[in-house]
Write a new protein. Structure first.
Length: 301
């Protein structure tokens, strides 16, 4: 059946093909005519062109400029295509960024409030620290000159304190200087051992006067003092112990411990080994200038 030639069918097929080709050519001719008609109505306005382009005469220059414009058009079309194709996840990313921005803003506000509170607390504590320090410093500074005059037994003696940092005096040192009776001003390092001792005691008693403690222990403060200064210091301490505080003084000098109310002695005793023993003597029964015979009952071992 496939080998049978059908002339009628072949002729009909050829006729159909020729008819379709004729119809296509007719339609193409009509379309081309319409396109030519539209193009004929196009009026080119070259007034917007730059002057240098209007002056082109050489064909190579025209073709080169044509390629330049073609390249620009291609770049613009690529840019337009990228713009036309939107990122569908951009809105989701924007929401995520907004949420993160809000969280960061909240954290910043929280941190700012904490920093402000910390600054206020710091300034309050700094002011309280300054006030407390200055209250103590002003009291000691005013008291030390008075005490130094008593210890030196001279109204010409002077002692004064000065902060090295007036704005924040607790951060730096405090300068302390004394003028001994009958002498010119000298730095503290240039004073004698006895003068330094009297100056140190004046500072100690001035600090003690701000917040007095009920009890004092002084260890050989008379080591560098002569008899005159020992009597002055002992007289001052004796006066203070009558009213303000009790005091134990370790001393090996008779000029000092004869001014005490009670003597406590430490001595060794040999047995199987050496042990320390104490004995005490109450001096309140002895009046200055009065001679009293001692007996064994007055010593308490």
């Amino acid at each position: 059946m496939e080998d049978i030639h059908n002339p009628v069918g072949t002729q009909a097929s050829e006729m159909d093909t020729e008819s379709a080709t004729t119809d296509y050519e007719s339609m193409s001719s009509q379309g081309a005519a319409k396109m030519f008609e539209r193009e004929s109505r196009i009026v080119l306005d070259y007034s917007a062109l730059p002057r240098n382009l209007k002056e082109y005469v050489d064909l190579k220059d025209i073709e080169h400029q044509h390629e330049v414009y073609e390249k620009k058009i291609e770049n613009m079309q690529n840019t337009l295509q990228r713009i036309i194709a939107p990122n569908m996840k951009a809105v989701e990313k924007l929401d995520s960024v907004k949420e993160k921005l809000q969280e960061t803003t909240n954290e910043f506000e929280t941190a700012r409030k904490k920093a402000k509170k910390a600054k206020n607390d710091f300034e309050m504590i700094q002011k309280k620290r300054f006030d407390k320090f200055m209250n103590a410093f002003e009291h000691v500074s005013a008291k030390i000159d008075e005490i130094y005059k008593h210890l030196a037994n001279s109204p010409s003696a002077q002692a004064f304190l000065g902060p090295e940092n007036p704005e924040e005096p607790y951060l730096d040192g405090i300068s302390y200087n004394c003028v001994a009776p009958g002498k010119r001003f000298r730095p503290m390092d240039n004073l004698s051992g006895g003068e330094k001792t009297v100056a140190a005691l004046a500072l100690l008693f001035a600090i003690h006067s701000y917040q007095p403690s009920p009890f004092f222990v002084l260890d050989e403060i008379d080591a560098a003092l002569d008899n005159t200064n020992i009597n002055r210091v002992a007289r001052y301490i004796r006066k203070q112990t009558d009213d303000d505080f009790q005091c134990i003084i370790i001393s090996l000098k008779e000029e000092f411990y004869t001014k005490a109310d009670c003597l406590i002695g430490i001595y060794p005793e040999e047995d199987h080994c050496i042990v320390s023993k104490t004995l005490s003597l109450d001096l309140t029964k002895y009046q200055p200038g009065q001679v009293v015979e001692e007996d064994e009952d007055e010593l308490a071992v």
